[in-house]
Design a protein around this ligand. Sequence first.
Ligand SMILES: Nc1ncnc2c1ncn2[C@@H]1O[C@H](COP(=O)(O)OP(=O)(O)OP(=O)(O)O)[C@@H](O)[C@H]1O
Ligand SMILES: [Mg+2]
Length: 328
Amino acid sequence: MPAGVGVLSRPAPLAPRVEGAPPLPSPEMQLLIFGGKGGVGKTTLACATALRLAAERPDREVLLVSTDPAPSVSVCLDQTVGPEPTRVCTGLAAMEIDAQTEFETLKRQYAAELERVLASVLPNLDLTFDRHVMERILDLSPPGLDEVMALSRAAELLAAGTYDLLVLDAAPTGHLVRLLEMPELIDRWLKVLFEVLLKYRNVLRLPDVSERLVRLSRNLKRVRALLADPRRAALYTVTIPTEMAYEETRDLLAACERLVSAPVVFINLTTPGSDCPLCCALRCRESRVEDKLASLVPRVHRALVYRCREPQGQERLRELGRAMYLPR
Ligand SMILES: Nc1ncnc2c1ncn2[C@@H]1O[C@H](COP(=O)(O)OP(=O)(O)OP(=O)(O)O)[C@@H](O)[C@H]1O
Ligand SMILES: [Mg+2]
Protein backbone atom coordinates (compact mmCIF):
# COMPACT_ATOMS: atom_id res chain seq x y z
CA MET A 1 0.00 0.00 0.00
CA PRO A 2 1.50 3.36 -0.96
CA ALA A 3 2.51 5.72 1.82
CA GLY A 4 -0.15 8.21 2.69
CA VAL A 5 -3.04 5.94 1.80
CA GLY A 6 -4.81 5.03 5.00
CA VAL A 7 -6.82 1.88 5.65
CA LEU A 8 -8.82 3.95 8.06
CA SER A 9 -12.49 4.51 7.64
CA ARG A 10 -12.19 7.96 9.18
CA PRO A 11 -10.87 10.92 7.25
CA ALA A 12 -7.48 12.21 8.37
CA PRO A 13 -7.70 15.46 10.35
CA LEU A 14 -7.29 18.54 8.25
CA ALA A 15 -4.60 20.43 10.08
CA PRO A 16 -1.02 19.21 10.14
CA ARG A 17 0.27 18.31 13.60
CA VAL A 18 3.82 17.60 14.68
CA GLU A 19 4.88 16.29 18.08
CA GLY A 20 8.36 17.12 19.31
CA ALA A 21 9.07 19.61 16.52
CA PRO A 22 12.77 20.54 16.34
CA PRO A 23 13.93 24.17 16.39
CA LEU A 24 14.39 25.86 13.05
CA PRO A 25 17.80 25.16 11.50
CA SER A 26 20.32 27.78 12.58
CA PRO A 27 20.97 30.77 10.30
CA GLU A 28 24.46 29.36 9.65
CA MET A 29 23.00 26.29 7.93
CA GLN A 30 23.73 26.24 4.18
CA LEU A 31 22.76 22.73 3.07
CA LEU A 32 19.78 20.78 4.37
CA ILE A 33 19.34 17.35 2.82
CA PHE A 34 16.03 15.51 3.13
CA GLY A 35 16.79 11.80 2.77
CA GLY A 36 15.06 8.53 3.40
CA LYS A 37 13.32 5.57 1.85
CA GLY A 38 11.15 5.95 -1.26
CA GLY A 39 7.68 7.40 -0.71
CA VAL A 40 8.03 8.45 2.95
CA GLY A 41 7.49 12.17 2.35
CA LYS A 42 10.94 13.60 1.55
CA THR A 43 9.66 15.95 -1.14
CA THR A 44 6.72 17.07 0.98
CA LEU A 45 8.81 17.85 4.06
CA ALA A 46 11.58 19.49 1.99
CA CYS A 47 9.02 21.79 0.33
CA ALA A 48 7.31 22.61 3.64
CA THR A 49 10.70 23.38 5.24
CA ALA A 50 11.81 25.59 2.36
CA LEU A 51 8.56 27.59 2.53
CA ARG A 52 8.85 27.98 6.30
CA LEU A 53 12.46 29.16 6.09
CA ALA A 54 11.58 31.63 3.36
CA ALA A 55 8.72 33.04 5.45
CA GLU A 56 10.90 33.23 8.53
CA ARG A 57 13.86 34.97 6.89
CA PRO A 58 12.65 37.11 3.99
CA ASP A 59 16.03 38.83 3.77
CA ARG A 60 17.71 35.55 2.85
CA GLU A 61 17.35 33.41 -0.26
CA VAL A 62 16.54 29.72 -0.10
CA LEU A 63 16.97 27.42 -3.09
CA LEU A 64 15.00 24.18 -3.10
CA VAL A 65 16.77 21.64 -5.31
CA SER A 66 15.57 18.31 -6.61
CA THR A 67 17.41 15.82 -8.81
CA ASP A 68 14.41 13.53 -9.11
CA PRO A 69 13.87 12.84 -12.84
CA ALA A 70 10.12 13.06 -12.12
CA PRO A 71 8.82 16.62 -11.60
CA SER A 72 7.96 15.87 -7.97
CA VAL A 73 8.64 19.34 -6.58
CA SER A 74 6.44 20.87 -9.28
CA VAL A 75 3.64 18.48 -8.33
CA CYS A 76 4.06 19.11 -4.62
CA LEU A 77 4.19 22.91 -4.92
CA ASP A 78 1.56 22.83 -7.65
CA GLN A 79 3.75 25.10 -9.76
CA THR A 80 5.98 24.32 -12.73
CA VAL A 81 9.61 24.41 -11.67
CA GLY A 82 12.31 24.31 -14.34
CA PRO A 83 15.93 23.20 -14.56
CA GLU A 84 16.95 26.79 -13.74
CA PRO A 85 16.01 28.45 -10.44
CA THR A 86 12.32 29.40 -10.64
CA ARG A 87 10.82 31.91 -8.23
CA VAL A 88 8.26 30.36 -5.86
CA CYS A 89 7.71 33.27 -3.47
CA THR A 90 9.72 35.96 -1.69
CA GLY A 91 12.88 34.34 -0.38
CA LEU A 92 12.41 31.03 -2.18
CA ALA A 93 13.34 29.68 -5.60
CA ALA A 94 13.23 26.04 -6.71
CA MET A 95 14.92 24.02 -9.43
CA GLU A 96 14.56 20.48 -10.73
CA ILE A 97 17.91 19.51 -12.17
CA ASP A 98 17.86 16.89 -14.85
CA ALA A 99 21.16 15.29 -13.86
CA GLN A 100 21.21 12.81 -16.73
CA THR A 101 20.76 15.49 -19.39
CA GLU A 102 23.44 17.72 -17.86
CA PHE A 103 25.92 14.85 -17.94
CA GLU A 104 25.00 13.94 -21.53
CA THR A 105 25.69 17.56 -22.54
CA LEU A 106 29.16 17.43 -21.00
CA LYS A 107 29.88 14.13 -22.73
CA ARG A 108 28.80 15.49 -26.12
CA GLN A 109 30.85 18.65 -25.63
CA TYR A 110 33.89 16.60 -24.62
CA ALA A 111 33.59 14.17 -27.57
CA ALA A 112 33.21 17.01 -30.09
CA GLU A 113 36.11 19.02 -28.70
CA LEU A 114 38.37 15.98 -28.48
CA GLU A 115 37.61 14.94 -32.02
CA ARG A 116 38.31 18.41 -33.36
CA VAL A 117 41.60 18.67 -31.52
CA LEU A 118 42.75 15.15 -32.36
CA ALA A 119 42.01 15.67 -36.03
CA SER A 120 44.27 18.72 -36.05
CA VAL A 121 47.22 17.21 -34.16
CA LEU A 122 47.06 13.56 -35.09
CA PRO A 123 49.50 13.56 -38.03
CA ASN A 124 52.31 14.68 -35.70
CA LEU A 125 51.51 12.64 -32.66
CA ASP A 126 51.34 9.03 -31.57
CA LEU A 127 48.51 8.89 -29.10
CA THR A 128 47.52 5.26 -29.59
CA PHE A 129 47.00 4.44 -25.95
CA ASP A 130 46.00 7.79 -24.58
CA ARG A 131 43.60 8.41 -27.39
CA HIS A 132 41.68 5.37 -26.28
CA VAL A 133 41.79 6.47 -22.65
CA MET A 134 40.71 9.96 -23.59
CA GLU A 135 37.85 8.76 -25.73
CA ARG A 136 36.55 6.45 -23.07
CA ILE A 137 37.23 8.47 -19.97
CA LEU A 138 33.79 9.97 -19.57
CA ASP A 139 32.22 6.56 -20.17
CA LEU A 140 34.47 5.24 -17.43
CA SER A 141 33.36 7.90 -14.99
CA PRO A 142 32.07 6.58 -11.68
CA PRO A 143 28.32 5.94 -11.72
CA GLY A 144 26.47 8.77 -10.07
CA LEU A 145 28.65 11.48 -11.60
CA ASP A 146 25.54 13.00 -13.13
CA GLU A 147 23.90 13.60 -9.75
CA VAL A 148 27.09 14.91 -8.25
CA MET A 149 27.34 17.38 -11.10
CA ALA A 150 23.87 18.57 -10.22
CA LEU A 151 24.81 18.99 -6.58
CA SER A 152 28.00 20.76 -7.55
CA ARG A 153 26.01 23.21 -9.68
CA ALA A 154 23.79 23.96 -6.71
CA ALA A 155 26.91 24.44 -4.55
CA GLU A 156 28.23 26.90 -7.12
CA LEU A 157 25.09 29.01 -6.76
CA LEU A 158 25.62 28.94 -3.02
CA ALA A 159 29.27 29.96 -3.34
CA ALA A 160 28.35 32.78 -5.72
CA GLY A 161 26.22 34.21 -2.92
CA THR A 162 23.02 34.04 -4.97
CA TYR A 163 21.50 31.80 -2.28
CA ASP A 164 22.10 31.47 1.45
CA LEU A 165 20.69 28.00 1.93
CA LEU A 166 20.08 24.94 -0.24
CA VAL A 167 17.28 22.54 0.67
CA LEU A 168 17.96 19.32 -1.20
CA ASP A 169 15.15 16.88 -1.85
CA ALA A 170 17.38 13.84 -2.26
CA ALA A 171 16.87 10.60 -4.13
CA PRO A 172 15.96 7.55 -1.98
CA THR A 173 18.51 6.00 0.43
CA GLY A 174 20.90 4.02 -1.80
CA HIS A 175 21.30 6.89 -4.23
CA LEU A 176 21.76 9.40 -1.45
CA VAL A 177 24.54 7.44 0.24
CA ARG A 178 26.28 7.09 -3.10
CA LEU A 179 25.82 10.79 -3.75
CA LEU A 180 27.44 11.66 -0.42
CA GLU A 181 30.34 9.28 -1.01
CA MET A 182 30.81 10.47 -4.57
CA PRO A 183 32.73 13.74 -4.23
CA GLU A 184 35.80 11.85 -3.00
CA LEU A 185 35.65 9.18 -5.72
CA ILE A 186 35.08 11.73 -8.42
CA ASP A 187 37.97 13.78 -7.20
CA ARG A 188 40.23 10.80 -7.84
CA TRP A 189 38.74 10.21 -11.28
CA LEU A 190 39.20 13.87 -12.18
CA LYS A 191 42.85 13.65 -11.16
CA VAL A 192 43.42 10.89 -13.74
CA LEU A 193 41.66 12.95 -16.36
CA PHE A 194 43.66 16.06 -15.52
CA GLU A 195 46.90 14.07 -15.68
CA VAL A 196 46.17 12.96 -19.24
CA LEU A 197 45.15 16.47 -20.25
CA LEU A 198 48.27 17.88 -18.62
CA LYS A 199 50.59 15.43 -20.33
CA TYR A 200 49.53 16.75 -23.71
CA ARG A 201 48.90 20.33 -22.68
CA ASN A 202 51.18 21.70 -25.39
CA VAL A 203 49.35 20.04 -28.23
CA LEU A 204 45.95 19.18 -26.85
CA ARG A 205 43.76 21.98 -25.69
CA LEU A 206 40.21 21.32 -24.63
CA PRO A 207 39.43 24.75 -23.23
CA ASP A 208 35.67 24.40 -22.79
CA VAL A 209 35.72 20.94 -21.29
CA SER A 210 38.78 21.66 -19.17
CA GLU A 211 37.11 24.73 -17.79
CA ARG A 212 33.97 22.78 -16.93
CA LEU A 213 35.98 20.05 -15.25
CA VAL A 214 38.07 22.51 -13.27
CA ARG A 215 34.83 24.13 -12.15
CA LEU A 216 33.41 20.74 -11.22
CA SER A 217 36.51 19.93 -9.22
CA ARG A 218 36.41 23.28 -7.42
CA ASN A 219 32.71 22.88 -6.61
CA LEU A 220 33.23 19.35 -5.34
CA LYS A 221 35.83 20.64 -2.93
CA ARG A 222 33.20 23.06 -1.69
CA VAL A 223 30.63 20.28 -1.34
CA ARG A 224 33.08 18.15 0.62
CA ALA A 225 33.96 21.00 2.95
CA LEU A 226 30.27 21.77 3.42
CA LEU A 227 29.28 18.16 4.19
CA ALA A 228 32.07 17.87 6.74
CA ASP A 229 30.85 20.91 8.70
CA PRO A 230 27.89 20.06 10.98
CA ARG A 231 27.10 23.75 11.49
CA ARG A 232 26.66 24.28 7.75
CA ALA A 233 25.26 20.96 6.48
CA ALA A 234 22.80 18.43 7.85
CA LEU A 235 20.81 15.43 6.79
CA TYR A 236 17.21 15.56 8.00
CA THR A 237 16.09 11.96 7.82
CA VAL A 238 12.49 11.21 6.88
CA THR A 239 10.93 7.89 7.78
CA ILE A 240 7.58 6.31 8.57
CA PRO A 241 6.74 4.21 11.63
CA THR A 242 6.97 0.73 10.08
CA GLU A 243 9.48 -2.09 10.67
CA MET A 244 10.74 -1.96 7.09
CA ALA A 245 11.29 1.77 7.17
CA TYR A 246 13.00 1.43 10.56
CA GLU A 247 15.54 -0.98 9.09
CA GLU A 248 16.24 1.27 6.16
CA THR A 249 16.56 4.31 8.42
CA ARG A 250 19.01 2.42 10.65
CA ASP A 251 21.11 1.55 7.57
CA LEU A 252 20.94 5.09 6.21
CA LEU A 253 22.05 6.62 9.51
CA ALA A 254 24.89 4.11 9.82
CA ALA A 255 26.06 4.74 6.25
CA CYS A 256 25.91 8.51 6.71
CA GLU A 257 27.65 8.59 10.06
CA ARG A 258 31.02 9.58 8.64
CA LEU A 259 29.60 11.57 5.72
CA VAL A 260 27.28 14.19 7.18
CA SER A 261 25.67 15.05 10.51
CA ALA A 262 22.09 13.80 10.94
CA PRO A 263 20.60 15.66 13.89
CA VAL A 264 16.88 15.20 13.12
CA VAL A 265 14.54 12.35 12.15
CA PHE A 266 10.98 13.12 11.08
CA ILE A 267 8.69 10.13 11.59
CA ASN A 268 6.11 11.01 8.99
CA LEU A 269 2.64 9.70 8.28
CA THR A 270 2.14 8.73 11.91
CA THR A 271 -1.43 7.73 12.70
CA PRO A 272 -3.18 10.43 14.72
CA GLY A 273 -4.64 9.30 18.04
CA SER A 274 -8.41 8.68 18.08
CA ASP A 275 -11.01 6.46 19.70
CA CYS A 276 -11.31 4.22 16.67
CA PRO A 277 -10.02 0.73 17.62
CA LEU A 278 -8.23 0.22 14.33
CA CYS A 279 -6.35 3.52 14.68
CA CYS A 280 -5.45 2.61 18.25
CA ALA A 281 -4.06 -0.76 17.15
CA LEU A 282 -2.06 0.92 14.37
CA ARG A 283 -0.82 3.61 16.72
CA CYS A 284 0.27 0.99 19.23
CA ARG A 285 2.31 -0.86 16.59
CA GLU A 286 3.83 2.42 15.41
CA SER A 287 4.87 3.33 18.98
CA ARG A 288 6.92 0.16 19.20
CA VAL A 289 8.84 1.18 16.07
CA GLU A 290 9.30 4.69 17.50
CA ASP A 291 10.69 3.20 20.71
CA LYS A 292 13.19 1.14 18.73
CA LEU A 293 14.28 4.24 16.89
CA ALA A 294 14.61 6.12 20.18
CA SER A 295 16.97 3.50 21.58
CA LEU A 296 18.91 3.33 18.31
CA VAL A 297 19.55 7.08 18.11
CA PRO A 298 18.78 8.53 21.55
CA ARG A 299 20.63 11.77 20.85
CA VAL A 300 18.96 12.47 17.53
CA HIS A 301 15.95 14.77 17.63
CA ARG A 302 12.84 12.74 16.72
CA ALA A 303 9.62 14.43 15.65
CA LEU A 304 6.29 12.76 14.85
CA VAL A 305 4.55 14.22 11.82
CA TYR A 306 0.95 13.02 11.89
CA ARG A 307 -0.91 12.04 8.76
CA CYS A 308 -3.00 15.01 7.66
CA ARG A 309 -5.01 16.08 4.66
CA GLU A 310 -2.74 15.61 1.65
CA PRO A 311 -0.16 18.40 1.96
CA GLN A 312 -0.02 19.58 -1.62
CA GLY A 313 0.03 23.13 -2.91
CA GLN A 314 1.76 26.04 -1.21
CA GLU A 315 -0.95 26.90 1.31
CA ARG A 316 -1.09 23.44 2.86
CA LEU A 317 2.67 23.07 2.73
CA ARG A 318 3.07 26.39 4.54
CA GLU A 319 0.75 25.13 7.24
CA LEU A 320 2.81 21.96 7.56
CA GLY A 321 6.02 24.00 7.63
CA ARG A 322 4.66 26.10 10.50
CA ALA A 323 3.96 22.93 12.52
CA MET A 324 7.31 21.30 11.70
CA TYR A 325 9.66 23.68 13.55
CA LEU A 326 9.70 25.67 16.74
CA PRO A 327 10.82 29.26 16.32
CA ARG A 328 14.47 29.59 17.25
N1 LIG B 1 2.13 14.09 6.74
C1 LIG B 1 1.47 13.69 5.65
N2 LIG B 1 0.14 13.53 5.66
C2 LIG B 1 -0.54 13.11 4.58
N3 LIG B 1 0.03 12.82 3.40
C3 LIG B 1 1.36 12.96 3.31
C4 LIG B 1 2.16 13.40 4.41
N4 LIG B 1 3.46 13.44 4.01
C5 LIG B 1 3.47 13.04 2.72
N5 LIG B 1 2.23 12.75 2.29
C6 LIG B 1 1.83 12.24 0.97
O1 LIG B 1 2.52 11.02 0.76
C7 LIG B 1 2.90 10.87 -0.61
C8 LIG B 1 4.41 10.66 -0.72
O2 LIG B 1 5.08 11.85 -0.34
P1 LIG B 1 6.37 12.41 -1.10
O3 LIG B 1 6.15 12.45 -2.56
O4 LIG B 1 6.75 13.67 -0.41
O5 LIG B 1 7.39 11.23 -0.74
P2 LIG B 1 8.90 11.05 -1.27
O6 LIG B 1 9.64 10.45 -0.14
O7 LIG B 1 9.40 12.31 -1.82
O8 LIG B 1 8.67 9.99 -2.43
P3 LIG B 1 9.77 9.56 -3.56
O9 LIG B 1 10.73 8.65 -2.86
O10 LIG B 1 8.92 8.86 -4.57
O11 LIG B 1 10.41 10.80 -4.06
C9 LIG B 1 2.41 12.13 -1.31
O12 LIG B 1 1.17 11.86 -1.88
C10 LIG B 1 2.27 13.15 -0.17
O13 LIG B 1 1.30 14.14 -0.44
MG1 LIG C 1 10.18 12.74 -3.74
